[in-house]
Design a protein around this ligand. Structure first.
Ligand SMILES: Nc1ncnc2c1ncn2[C@@H]1O[C@H](COP(=O)(O)OP(=O)(O)OP(=O)(O)O)[C@@H](O)[C@H]1O
Length: 603
């Protein structure tokens, strides 16, 4: 026989889960935030000192108001006048404390967030491509423009409030009890109710804020896809569909914001009702105590003044809980990135390599992007320093994957890759990648001038070297035809330049990088035949003395290679010089025949 669990048990279970997840979040918070809090301990210590100043000012203000009222009621005007400078002094101190508090809050909170931003970018730059490949640009941007601001509920003055509120509450309660203990007890009667209601709202808001973060991320991802895929959207006339999808998402976000405002509004109204109720109750009870001469009018004024200071730590603690719960999803999202292991501990910088050519070896390398699907099988490939090896094979054979492995972007599950007879695992990413120049099919251009885009190849490139390289890649004349020459701006993703021009920029970068190993991925594919001929000559010049691996789809470009490797389904199925391979009736010959047929039909 099955029995339904009682409502109490369900509630207890939910509370236990909630408590566990809060403890878990607190431990993530401690791990991620503690080093930053320690770094900015001075500002946090200053905020803590201000808490005690504030308490002292609160109690002295209440006492002074009571004393001034009693002096006025007792017609002791001289005494009253004597207290005015004290009152002015307290107001001035309050203003000064407020100003210093804002300043310290800025230092504690904004500097901490600045550090967190920098730490996040540093971490993302150090992450292996395996992680960044899977994360979409919009997701990564969300960490910066949303998640970092989300942790505000756990740092700066919000953190200090955790100490401030209980201390203020205790100090005020003790002072009130001293005036009249029964009145003080009556005043805190509503405390448990405020705590329960505040706790419930905290949980509701946490659920809402988690949904909000996810929704913002979804929208950022979608927006970045729309912006980068505008040309596809236009060519497939997807404008209306994209707009409708975005507005639906935007509407969902608005709904969540509305829900949050509603929850906060209800909670704030509850706080006000509770505060006013306690005030009114204290007023009536206080008036009764005054009428029965148990306390003075001044004591009642002091008491009523303190009532407000008793309520706001209570509602404030609940507010802190709410803010803390709101921050948890943001913190968890940041932890998901910051907990990923990095591929090195130092940000890479260009490391010059003395060698002119370096031998490259793949020793029985096996690799899959995930553990289930292997895409490279037992590759053994020895390339002597200064040799040119061409890799050919059908799409998906694993040619680009070999490039990625050689650059250390992924680690083989089995086997070893060496560069200059050193396993690449023992080289830092900076050493390895500084010794390799890559010209790929997709050239990314940064927003800036053509000069900026060329000079990033290597620090210390001279003007003469840049112009010579641009000439060698047949790009100089084109640049000089532009209104601002080398200072011409290229758009965010190189908009405004043709595929061939972008490819030549990549070639100039490779020339300028002057690395001992050259990886060319169909480097001349986007060029017309005349420019291709010129660039091909520049590339041949560039290859002299360098170890070069070329991925080529058009076999005409690989005829002069020292060795041709034919790949199929992640395996080397044939290897040799062009004249040797054409003699064999193997895969290379079949590829060649297919291309000849394609060329004759397209002609
Ligand atoms: N980032 C990736 N994540 C998962 N699988 C990938 C990734 N990149 C490539 N692959 C898979 O690895 C296999 C080899 O791809 P690769 O890009 O190396 O082939 P290729 O020979 O260079 O093809 P092409 O000539 O079309 O560029 C393919 O099955 C492909 O689907």
């Amino acid at each position: 026989m099955t029995r339904n669990p009682s409502a109490v048990r369900v509630l207890l279970g939910a509370l236990r889960d909630q408590w566990r997840s809060t403890l878990q979040a607190a431990s993530i918070g401690r791990r991620l935030l503690a080093p930053l809090l320690i770094r900015h301990w001075r500002a946090h210590a200053g905020l803590l000192v201000l808490v005690f100043v504030e308490i002292a000012l609160t109690l002295v203000t209440a006492w002074l108001m009571g004393a001034m009222t009693d002096a006025a009621v007792g017609k002791r005007f001289e005494e009253l006048l004597g207290m005015i400078p004290w009152a002015v002094g307290i107001v001035a101190l309050n203003i000064a404390a407020g100003y210093i508090g804002i300043h310290l809050q800025l230092r504690a909170s904004d500097r901490l967030m600045r550090d967190m931003r920098e730490q996040l970018l540093r971490h993302i730059l150090l992450l292996p491509p395996r992680y960044t490949d899977q994360s979409r640009a919009g997701t990564l941007l969300t960490h910066f423009n949303q998640d970092i601001y989300g942790i505000e509920g756990m740092i700066g003055s919000n953190l200090i409030q955790i100490l401030r509120f209980p201390i203020i509450f205790a100090a005020v309660l003790i002072y009130m009890a001293q005036i009249h203990w029964a009145l003080a007890v009556v005043s805190i009667a509503a405390a448990p109710l405020v705590a329960v209601v505040g706790g419930t709202f905290g949980l509701l808001l946490k659920r809402n804020s988690r949904a909000t973060y996810d929704q913002v991320e979804r929208m950022n991802v979608f927006l970045s896809e729309i912006i980068h895929g505008l040309s596809v959207i236009r060519s497939f006339t997807l404008e209306k569909q994209s707009y409708d999808r975005y507005t639906a998402q935007s509407e969902r976000l608005y709904g969540l914001a509305l829900q949050e405002t509603r929850l906060r509004g209800i909670y704030s109204a509850f706080g006000q009702v509770a505060g006013s109720g306690i005030f009114l109750f204290s007023l009536c009870f206080g008036a009764y105590l005054v009428s029965t001469a148990q306390i003075t009018v001044g004591s009642m004024v002091a008491f009523l003044n303190l009532t407000g200071h008793l309520i706001y730590p209570l509602t404030g603690m609940a507010g802190l809980w709410i803010g803390f719960q709101n921050s948890i999803p943001a913190l968890e999202r940041l932890a998901a990135v910051l907990d990923q292991p990095t591929e090195s501990t130092r940000l890479s910088e260009y490391t010059p390599s003395e060698a002119h050519g370096l031998p490259v070896r793949f020793e029985d390398v096996c690799f899959g992007y995930d553990d289930e699907h292997r895409v490279i099988h037992h590759i053994g490939l020895h390339i002597e320093a200064g040799q040119t090896v061409a890799i050919v094979g059908p799409s998906g054979a694993g040619k680009s994957t070999l490039f990625a492995l050689l650059q250390g972007l992924y680690r083989p599950q089995y086997g070893e890759i060496t560069v200059g007879n050193i396993p690449i695992d023992r080289l830092s990413p900076a050493e390895l990648r500084s010794s390799i120049a890559v010209v790929s099919q997709d050239t990314f251009l940064f927003a800036g001038t053509i000069r900026d885009n060329l000079l990033l190849a290597r620090p210390g490139v001279t003007e003469a070297e840049m112009v010579a390289a641009a000439r060698a890649a047949s790009l100089h004349d084109f640049i000089m035809e532009q209104p601002e020459g080398y200072e011409t701006k290229v758009g965010e993703r190189g908009i405004g330049l043709s595929g061939g021009q972008r490819q030549r920029i990549a070639i100039v970068r490779a020339i300028l990088k002057d690395a001992p190993i050259l990886l060319l991925d169909e480097a001349t594919s986007a060029l017309d035949s005349e420019t291709e001929h010129e660039v091909q000559q520049a590339l041949e010049q560039l290859q002299l003395g360098r170890t070069t691996i070329v991925i080529a789809h058009r076999l005409s470009t690989v005829i002069h290679a020292d060795r041709i490797i034919v790949m199929q389904e992640g395996r080397i199925v044939e290897a040799g010089r062009h004249d040797e391979l054409v003699q064999q009736s193997g895969p290379y010959q079949r590829l060649l025949q297919r291309q000849l047929i394609e060329q004759s039909t397209s002609a």
